[in-house]
Design a protein around this ligand. Structure first.
Ligand code: NAD
Length: 338
């Protein structure tokens, strides 16, 4: 068993807790949150001060699920104590934060640091990656992605839109998952442009819309619209390959608010062997389970206990994706789209 504590025990802390219990390889010795009420129903030791929690429990691993502003401090402090760390995304508020955590991990004599980019573990994404790697659809050449939020009555007051706490708006909060997927599928982007604005939520210090256009050295192209003005939850990704096409539509979550998770694909059929012009036979897979939390916590366990390499959410992934976020912000912040 890995003795572990969870710091930050809101929505994500509880999701991680449940996944660790399901996994069975973790002994959760304590949870910690500045808001004591949020830990009320949980049967383990409770702390409101994370340093005291680490001092007294001396865990082998820590799961960090605080607000973004606390992440770098907790991550670096834990690594310096010789504790393995699994942290929520985003990797801090800035690129500098991500780099500091990467350096601290490098100097931590082999302690693991993993970030929770759980979208890579969604079933539709796993299947898309397998299809791409099989090359039956040829080479992937471009991707269009939309990740949109409905907003809510409390949206403007959420900590996510307090730039001192969050570090950014919808791009850093949610679009970062899709940026990570774009990198996962297409590789590193060397050209990045963007436009970022408050198109509707006037007065917020953070953007409600970020558009990005990204290009690799090989000329592959991706576009992204990350937004909080969709007025409905939406996850949609079109992946165009030389010999076919893949669409990811919807994303299974506990609330099912992003709709059913589906992957559809078809092969290029210019001779119309499988259907009429413009209408080739399409194959669709629907997924009714979200294993992402289980798979992430299992990958972290295997790294800590068995020395398996961390493949997803590495400190390098964190720095690369934060480079994209900062480039989009610096290209687009303050632009008027009018
Ligand atoms: N992987 C994902 O898909 C995903 C989804 C949602 C949120 N997140 C990330 O998870 C983190 C937490 O988000 P959430 O939705 O759980 O928010 P939340 O508001 O539900 O929970 C955060 C908790 O952290 C506590 N906290 C903040 N600072 C603290 C500190 N210094 N010490 C102890 N506790 C502290 C707060 O009191 C709160 O209870 C954020 O970084 C967020 O970006 C990731």
């Amino acid at each position: 068993m890995i003795d572990a504590v969870i710091i930050g025990f809101g929505k994500m802390g509880k999701i991680r807790y449940d996944a660790m219990i399901r996994h069975g390889g973790y002994n959760i010795t304590a949870v910690c949150d500045v808001n004591e009420e949020s830990m009320a129903d949980y049967p383990c030791k409770k702390y409101s001060d994370w340093e005291k929690c680490l001092d007294e429990t001396k865990p082998e691993a820590v799961i960090v699920c605080t607000f973004n502003n606390a992440i770098p401090n907790v991550v670096c402090n834990a690594l310096e104590r010789g504790i393995h760390v699994f942290s929520e995304k985003p990797p801090g508020r800035t690129l500098a934060d991500a780099k500091t955590m990467r350096e601290t991990a490098k100097n931590s004599s082999g302690k693991e640091l993993k970030f929770g980019f759980n979208h890579r573990y969604h079933n539709s994404v796993i299947e898309a990656k397998a299809l791409i790697d099989s090359r039956i659809l040829g080479d992937i050449v471009c991707i269009r992605g939309v990740y949109g939020k409905a907003g809510s009555e409390t949206f403007a007051r959420e900590w996510r839109n307090d730039v001192n706490i969050s570090g950014g708006g919808i791009l850093l909060d949610q679009g970062i998952h899709m940026l990570d997927l774009l990198r996962y599928f297409l590789g590193d982007f060397t050209s990045v442009t963007g436009a970022v604005n408050q198109l509707v939520w006037d007065g917020l210090p953070t953007e409600d819309s970020a558009f990005a256009l990204l290009k690799t050295d090989a000329g592959k192209i991706a576009s992204l619209h990350s937004n909080a003005i969709q007025w409905k939850h939406k996850f949609d990704m079109d992946i165009i390959c030389t010999e076919g096409y893949i669409e990811l539509d919807g994303l299974l979550t506990s609330t099912k608010s992003y709709g059913e998770e589906r992957l559809s694909y078809y092969r290029k059929d210019l001779e119309m062997k499988t259907g009429g012009l413009g209408n080739p036979i399409e194959h669709t897979m629907c997924f009714d389970t979200d294993n992402s939390w289980n798979l992430e916590i299992a990958e972290f366990y295997d790294a800590v206990r068995n020395g398996s390499p961390i493949v997803n959410g590495t400190p390098e992934d964190a720095v690369k994706v934060m480079e994209l976020v900062e480039k989009i912000y610096s290209a687009g912040r303050g632009d008027s789209l009018a």
